[in-house]
Write a new protein. Structure first.
Length: 619
């Protein structure tokens, strides 16, 4: 499928607070075409607009982009185009804690139709592994793969549903010459089966440069060359730029069009009419997919483009017919393209949940850290408050006990997500953009996959501090104590997810504690003058989930008809637990009401996180 663009502009507008910064134009009315059956690259000096052009063509970035985008000479349907294309980014964002084969099988379950048999999916995955040289590493965990293997795995994952259009950002970045050559030869072979493959590359060596069929050179936002690699040197000679025989043409054109050579940029841009003219060398009729009659000799076993696999019909790509060369218009896209997800939402949820549970179970270091963290902190708190819950003279220690338990759960769960979730968002954005799944099944699977571990580790802590502090051996009281602490965990996790979905790790580490601070202030406010708290402050304090947790614990510990406490001195004012409840002005409150409030805040933060993710993915 041919990709065309006309008068494409990309303008970066400053943020609303940058009033003195003027908009910057990255792409300046460039034109071009990338044909099917060719391996094409976008080259240029640093800051020329290579990644901006690739992002605009792939649809990864649409804000500030203007111009005409076409597919097979027809106006582009973005929803359809998203289904037909995939974008492999420069950084290899690959799911950890899974073997190469497991990750590919999970991808196959998400990207192939529900009607596809598991045996067929395994055949497809195995064949792709063989073609891309990954068979020997199929049982290796992804975090232990080499750079070249990770790059090939990124390509393999997207080949499972056989997209006809592939975009790659710097596929050779971080690879040595041998790995780079292998990667480009692989892409060249895939392109010659009929796919449209476009990638950016900074400054390839002469041997790597010759592997490309089509070169698009940008400089200062203008197109200075478009055409085949073997026509670049003759073209440069026509404008007075003579490349020495021993010089790499890729190096020469970049040096000739860097930011300080505006005269050369102007001449070359005028010669190509900013990409409207393209230079090709005549090829044999059966060499490339873009000719009328093509020869598809590839033997890669891949599914059809709509995600449905037929056991007796597994071709590299289904043929797409073109009209005669004299007619500029090409036939419309096949009606069999599927623009919806090939799997149902329930199937996506089950697959993602299984993947997340397996990843969590494999993360032994993380599980051990959480286990010992809750165990040691539970023992430490239990020792500090050992058997003090029965002492009527320890009123202030009772309050510290309740607040300390709430603060422990708050910071433990919120900061973990602030630090870990931004990386998960990067993985989500890549897989979501390439239409592996929709957001709702992912979000539901992510939330539910974390429930078992949070319940288990929180129960370790609460059980230790409850029994060591000497609280009554009553099931209802113990259950409420655990439920309130657990709900604070989930609310805090939701707040951490909200921060992690908006900010990166660096900014989130500052925003997270800053966001907790007002909730903490409201949680401890007014206990020593409870009856003098203004009514407006009582309303505001209701919005603090920390205060709901503290109040819930205080009533659970001292309310619910608890018997009198022990007193080792002559007079204990707070020997009767009812006096504590009345002194704190909590006699009209009930722990179940606080639980309902915490559930509401839990749902509130989860909805905020969902919409923050949705906004992040749509941007």
């Amino acid at each position: 499928m041919d990709i065309q663009f006309e008068n494409l502009n990309y303008e970066v507008k400053p943020s609303f607070w940058q009033t003195k910064v003027s908009p910057r134009t990255i792409l300046k009315s460039v034109n071009g075409r990338f044909a099917a059956g060719e391996l094409a690259c976008i080259m240029g000096p640093s800051g020329a607009g290579k990644s901006s052009l690739l992002n605009a063509l792939s649809g990864y970035n649409y804000k500030g982009v203007s111009g005409t985008l076409k597919l097979n000479n027809q106006p582009r349907d973005e929803k359809l185009f998203r289904k037909l294309s995939c974008y492999i980014m420069q950084e290899d964002k690959i799911q950890p804690m899974l073997t190469l084969n497991e990750l590919m099988m999970f991808a196959a379950e998400l990207k192939l139709s529900n009607n596809t048999l598991m045996k067929e999916k395994q055949i497809i995955v195995s064949e792709i592994q063989n073609v891309l040289g990954l068979s020997e590493s199929k049982n290796t965990r992804t975090e232990f793969l080499s750079g070249g293997q990770k790059k090939r795995l990124s390509i393999a994952l997207e080949l499972i549903n056989n997209p006809p259009i592939i975009f790659l950002d710097e596929p050779t970045s971080g690879l040595d010459n041998v790995s780079s050559a292998y990667c480009l030869q692989l892409l060249r072979g895939l392109a010659h089966q009929g796919r449209t493959i476009v990638c950016t590359i900074h400054q390839p060596s002469a041997s790597l440069f010759q592997l490309f069929d089509h070169v698009y050179v940008l400089s200062n936002g203008y197109c200075v060359y478009q055409g085949s690699t073997d026509q670049m040197v003759p073209f440069l000679s026509t404008v007075g730029l003579h490349c020495p025989l021993t010089y790499n043409p890729a190096d020469y054109i970049i040096e000739a069009t860097d930011g300080e050579e505006m005269d050369n940029i102007t001449k070359l841009s005028a010669a190509t009419k900013n990409g409207k003219l393209s230079l090709y060398k005549m090829r044999k009729a059966n060499d490339y997919y873009l000719k009328k009659k093509m020869s598809l000799n590839g033997e890669v076993l891949l599914p059809e483009l709509n995600g449905n696999v037929s056991a007796n019909k597994m071709l590299p790509l289904p043929p797409i017919k073109y009209k005669d060369d004299d007619d500029d218009d090409m036939v419309k896209d096949r009606d069999t393209w599927c623009v919806d997800f090939p799997t149902s939402g329930w199937s996506q949820f089950c697959t993602l949940w299984k993947r997340m549970i397996l990843q969590m179970y494999r993360n032994k270091i993380g599980l051990n850290i959480q286990f010992y963290h809750h165990l040691i902190c539970g023992l430490a708190v239990g020792i500090v408050f050992f058997d003090k819950s029965n002492d009527g003279a320890q009123f202030f220690n009772h309050m510290k006990f309740c607040m300390g338990n709430i603060l422990f759960h708050t910071f433990t769960q919120s900061m973990v997500q602030v630090l870990a979730f931004p990386y998960e968002v990067k993985l989500l954005k890549q897989e979501y953009f390439n239409r592996w799944y929709s957001l709702r099944p992912y979000y539901l699977a992510f939330q539910l996959s974390r429930v078992p571990s949070i319940v288990f580790f929180s129960s370790i802590y609460t059980s230790l501090v409850y029994w060591m502090s000497g609280l009554p051996n009553e099931f209802e009281r113990f259950a409420l104590f655990n439920i309130i602490c657990l709900l604070v965990c989930f609310v805090s996790e939701g707040m951490g997810l909200l921060v992690g979905s908006i900010f990166n790790v660096t900014n989130g580490s500052a925003v997270g504690p800053m966001l907790i601070t007002p909730f903490l202030g409201l949680a401890i406010y007014g206990f020593d003058f409870a009856y003098q708290v203004p009514h407006i402050m009582e309303v505001i304090m209701e919005g603090s989930f920390l205060r709901c947790g503290v109040i819930g614990l205080v009533i659970t510990v001292f309310g619910m008809g608890r018997k009198s406490l022990h007193c080792g001195i002559s007079y204990c004012h707070f020997k009767d637990p009812n006096i504590i409840i009345y002194y704190l002005n909590l006699h009209r409150k009930h722990p179940y009401v606080e639980i309902i409030k915490l559930v509401g805040m839990l749902v509130f933060f989860r909805f905020l996180t969902y919409f923050a993710l949705r906004r992040r993915l749509s941007g």
